[in-house]
Design a protein around this ligand. Structure first.
Ligand SMILES: [Zn+2]
Length: 302
């Protein structure tokens, strides 16, 4: 029901209520006043009383009909309507403001619906369903692939690494199943044992060139070097393997690591880039910068 019809119905209901009050008052007034009944005129008096009661009955019916046409207050403002019971309503016109805002937003909603229909008809656009958070597609996280390379791919990658000029030799064994363990010889400086999982570097251990493996056939991974300098290099290599760790591009990661690792060819000949000395506390520069490859003593790198 539109706002205008609603107002007309309310006015009509008020009018009918006044009419009902008038007719009821007339009945009671006539009854209270009484009247003289002449002999033979009883039927006429009864008819008049019956007519006035019928008028009351008709007025009640009309009022009920009009009342049924009225719409109950909206549930949106249902509770707020009690604000109008505030005796200081003239000073706090909250309810009127809420009502006005509600009517305004209703009008906006109606008009926007009409506008959408017009646009839809013109552009033949389908109104899309609102996308909920659950429906919205989340970007899929790719599983790591670096551990899942077949042996042939691993061998091809190692063959490419063997061509690096600084690397003297890369021996490959498979003591733990399909995954390779490398022994990398870097000039006449050091030997490194590198355990791979696919192409991902799992473990690095560095010992001196002259240090024999406790068990040459298994390329002993866990025996630390007896020299502090190679223990420091092992720590640096472990840090670098974590730095270059890229589970989605393990081949790229191992190439970066090997390029960085080959800088240890100058372990005993390079000067520290900070203090410009060969030795500090009896050790050469055991750290190579991860980006610039410059040599630093462990104490000079910060
Ligand atoms: Zn230094």
């Amino acid at each position: 029901m539109s706002e205008q019809n609603q107002t007309e119905s309310i006015l009509q209901a008020i009018h009918l209520t006044q009419k009902l009050r008038s007719s009821v008052a007339k009945v009671f007034q006539n009854m209270a006043d009484g009247c003289s009944v002449e002999k033979g005129n009883e039927k006429h008096i009864l008819n008049k009383f019956h007519e006035s009661l019928l008028a009351v009955n008709n007025d009640i019916s009309d009022l009920e009909k009009t009342g049924n046409m009225l719409v109950s207050p909206s549930p949106v403002t249902a509770n707020s309507m009690y604000l109008s019971n505030d005796p200081a309503i003239d000073k706090t016109p909250v309810y009127q403001q809420i009502l006005q805002a509600y009517k305004w937003s209703n009008k906006i909603s109606d008009l926007s619906g009409l506008a959408a229909n017009v646009l839809e008809a013109q552009n033949k656009l389908k109104r899309s369903q609102p996308i909920t958070i659950m429906q919205a597609k989340r970007p899929k996280r790719l599983p790591p692939t670096g551990h899942a390379f077949p042996q042939t791919v691993v061998e091809q990658t190692l063959n490419r690494l063997r061509k690096l000029p600084e690397i003297s030799d890369i021996k490959t064994t498979h003591p733990l199943g399909s995954h390779a363990v490398l022994q990398i010889t870097l000039g006449s400086v050091l030997k490194a044992q590198v355990a791979l999982r696919g192409l991902m570097i799992e473990w690095v251990n560095v010992r001196g060139y002259t240090e024999e493996n406790p068990d040459d056939s298994k390329l002993e991974l866990w025996a630390k070097s007896r020299y502090e300098v190679f223990q420091k290099v092992t720590e640096s290599c472990t840090a670098a393997s974590l730095y270059f760790y890229t589970p989605h591009n393990a081949e790229f990661a191992i190439n970066l690591f090997m390029k960085w690792f080959t800088q240890y060819r100058t372990l005993f000949s390079a000067k520290c880039s900070k203090c410009c000395n060969h030795y500090l506390n009896g050790l050469p520069p055991t750290w190579r910068d991860l980006a610039t490859y410059e040599p630093y003593h462990d104490a000079c790198r910060q």
